[in-house]
Design a binder for this molecule. Structure first.
Ligand code: AMP
Ligand code: MG
Length: 329
């Protein structure tokens, strides 16, 4: 099958074409709106929707040309329909519906979080469920147990801020540009990660909470006693400790030897390195997507659409319609 994947859930407009015969991506485009939102210090939903609308047709023509196919060769269309910014999702889903109707080809709604998880399978051919999936992004911190049939069972989530949001807010307080995650990672390289210790919230619970760390770091910045590099390095280490602490609780209940880590924050080299080493010692392989597939992309939507379609899973994470669902449940 030739599958078109469409992703517009936040501030990246992206499409890709996947060929199931060769299990490969024939073409892919990611158009980031980061520069447009930078001066606002975060994503402005209305600006995001409008720019998806402007970009979609151009990107569609580019991926079709790059893949050297005709529009009629597309057998299946997958589009992110949840979760995300409602206006942004609407633009992508409306485009996909129009295309599906005019080409008379099936359309499948893809859950963005499931797609992040499955993106790792595109690059690690040996990987298949069951595994535990951790999604750490600007909007989500979610842990799923993914069974052999690709059922996603929610094991844990954050009760307040997402990890990426916490990175972005700490960076903002330090006067670093948006998005703050990569800036903190850079700054942390020159700092002492043991200079400060920030808390682990809900110590006996597998649910995450990051607003306490965020406040503790912001208060520390206000004290003007420590260098930004030391604060960034100590903050990053405390995020790592929070993740492994909760995972150790989860792993007591769920015996798996595969952990899949995705979402924008998974691009962080320090977290990649430390998580890999920590779990290797426990006999658990940690899988990450390449940095390109860590952020939002059409590749993961096309691949997940194919996987779900071929397994007759039409619901992603309990999705029942192609209509948009901004929240995850
Ligand atoms: P997403 O929500 O998946 O699009 O990812 C965006 C989030 O990932 C933002 O909160 C970024 O600050 C964060 N992020 C991106 N790169 C890094 C990094 N190297 N370290 C930490 N966070 C990052
Ligand atoms: Mg995402």
């Amino acid at each position: 099958m030739i599958v078109l994947g469409i992703e517009t859930s936040c501030d990246e407009t992206s499409m890709a074409i996947y060929d199931s015969n060769t299990n490969s991506i024939l073409s892919s485009k990611i158009s980031s709106q980061v520069e447009l939102h930078k001066r606002f210090g975060g994503v402005v939903p209305e600006i995001a929707s409008r720019n998806h609308l402007i970009k979609l047709e151009e990107i569609f023509n580019e991926v079709v040309n790059d893949a050297k196919i005709d529009i009629e060769d597309i057998d299946l269309i997958g589009v992110t329909n949840a979760p995300g910014l409602i206006g942004s999702l609407f633009v992508g889903v409306s485009f996909a519906k129009g295309l599906s109707y005019s080409l008379k080809k099936p359309l499948i709604g893809v859950n963005h979080l499931a797609a992040h998880t499955l993106s790792t399978e595109l690059e690690h051919l040996e990987l298949s469920p069951p595994y535990i999936s951790l999604i750490i992004s600007g909007g989500h911190t979610h842990v799923y147990y993914v069974d052999k049939a690709y059922n996603f069972n929610l094991l844990s989530y954050t009760i307040d801020d997402a990890v990426g949001e916490c990175f972005d807010k700490v960076a903002k307080k330090l006067g670093l540009p948006y998005p703050g995650g990569p800036e903190i990672e850079k700054m942390a390289k020159n700092g002492d990660e043991n200079r400060l210790v920030f808390p682990i919230a809900l110590k006996n619970d597998k649910l995450f909470s990051f607003s306490g760390i965020k406040t503790a770091v912001i208060n520390t910045i206000d004290e003007n006693k420590y260098t930004a590099a030391d604060i960034c390095a100590s903050f990053q280490k405390s995020i790592l400790k929070n993740l492994t602490h909760k995972f150790d609780i989860i792993l007591k209940e769920y015996k798996v030897n595969k952990l899949v880590v995705t979402g924008g924050v998974s691009a962080n080299g320090y977290l990649r390195d430390k998580l890999t080493k920590y779990y290797q010692k426990k006999g658990i392989n940690v899988y990450f997507p390449s940095k390109r597939l860590s952020t939002d992309n059409g590749d993961m939507i096309a691949y997940t659409a194919y996987k779900f379609f071929s397994k007759k899973i039409f619901m992603g994470l309990r999705e029942t319609a192609y209509d948009v669902r901004p929240n995850i449940d």
